[in-house]
Design a protein around this ligand. Structure first.
Ligand SMILES: NC(=O)c1ccc[n+]([C@@H]2O[C@H](COP(=O)([O-])OP(=O)(O)OC[C@H]3O[C@@H](n4cnc5c(N)ncnc54)[C@H](O)[C@@H]3O)[C@@H](O)[C@H]2O)c1
Length: 278
């Protein structure tokens, strides 16, 4: 490969919710950088097969782990299976989520329990399980939570999702403290507008284009939608030697979306307004 060379040579990385979308992008870039990867998801389908085949075509081992990160027994089995197959765990990326919007007045306990149980509790206990296994192995490691720009500000109906993502940002601060001296770093990556749609191969070049972005393009200084690979790049950095002094942080990867303050959704930019397209 061209560029900085392989940054994760020999590493063993488990990525949750990685049959498709951002998780698949992380698995693929990790493999390009020399890591063996574990692909986890709730179902195995054509998308999962495609991601596994892609990793293998890059010369790396890909193991498949069907598990629900919201289930206590599944989480333990997932980590045990991964370590059995790879010998150890060096990197965990908590990425899996099925999000839904809900107006504040309509939030039910069931909805709260589901999202918090999967995307906050599930992430915490997977991180704990990975950290204890990394400590036993004695060579440190990297734990990355995929957060969101929704962790920093609100959009309509995003209450529970935003609360969960903000919790992840705070979680890695506590992890950095409590894991001091172990060689384990804990960080979040907060994506902005990322085009994680399933697309046929012949439409891959349209990923993140104007049609996907619509009016949002005028809010994004980088002038394009994000790609799963953009998020994966930040993860590679954090999990590699280059990122080993970054700890307890949340790195925003949004093309500058939040940098200038996002106008409220109710106030679309008109030509001539600051930030509007010419
Ligand atoms: N796409 C974006 O614009 C965007 C923006 C900000 C943050 N994010 C975050 O990035 C991550 C990935 O998002 P995406 O867009 O690739 O989503 P996606 O829906 O394309 O992929 C998520 C994957 O997680 C799997 N999953 C869901 N629940 C699971 C469970 N309980 N156990 C195991 N796997 C499960 C799904 O089956 C799916 O394959 C999420 O944490 C999401 O909140 C995405």
């Amino acid at each position: 490969m061209s560029g900085p060379g392989k940054l994760l040579e020999g590493k063993k990385a488990l990525i949750t919710g990685s049959r498709r979308g951002i998780g698949a992008g992380i698995a693929t870039l990790f493999a390009e950088h020399g890591a063996d990867v574990g692909i986890n998801d709730v179902t195995r389908d054509e998308e999962a097969d495609k991601t596994i085949a892609l990793v293998e075509s890059l010369g790396q081992k890909a193991s498949w782990h069907q598990a629900d990160v919201g289930d206590t027994d599944d989480r333990t089995r997932l980590l045990d299976e991964f370590v059995q197959q790879h010998g150890r765990i060096d990197i965990l990326v908590n990425n899996a989520v099925a999000s839904r919007d809900m107006h504040f007045t309509k939030i039910t306990e069931e909805f709260w329990d589901h999202l918090v149980g999967h995307a906050l509790k599930g992430y915490l206990f997977l991180a704990q399980g990975a950290a204890t296994r990394m400590i036993d192995h004695g060579h440190g490691g990297s734990i990355i939570n995929i957060s969101s720009v929704h962790s920093f500000r609100a959009w309509p109906h995003d209450g529970v999702y935003g609360i969960v993502k903000a919790g992840l940002n705070r979680m890695v601060q506590s992890m950095a403290h409590d894991l001091a001296g172990t060689g384990i770093t804990a960080n979040c990556v907060a994506p902005g507008y990322i085009d994680s749609r399933v697309l046929p191969d012949h439409e891959e070049s349209s990923r993140g284009d104007d049609e996907y972005l619509g009016g949002a393009k005028s809010f994004i200084p980088s002038q394009r939608g994000g790609l799963p690979r953009d998020i994966a790049g930040a993860c590679v950095f954090l999990a590699s030697e280059l990122g080993e002094y970054v700890n307890g942080q949340t790195i925003t990867v949004d093309g500058g979306f939040l940098a200038g303050g996002v106008p409220p959704d109710s106030m679309p930019l008109e030509p001539g307004m600051p930030g509007a397209m010419e």
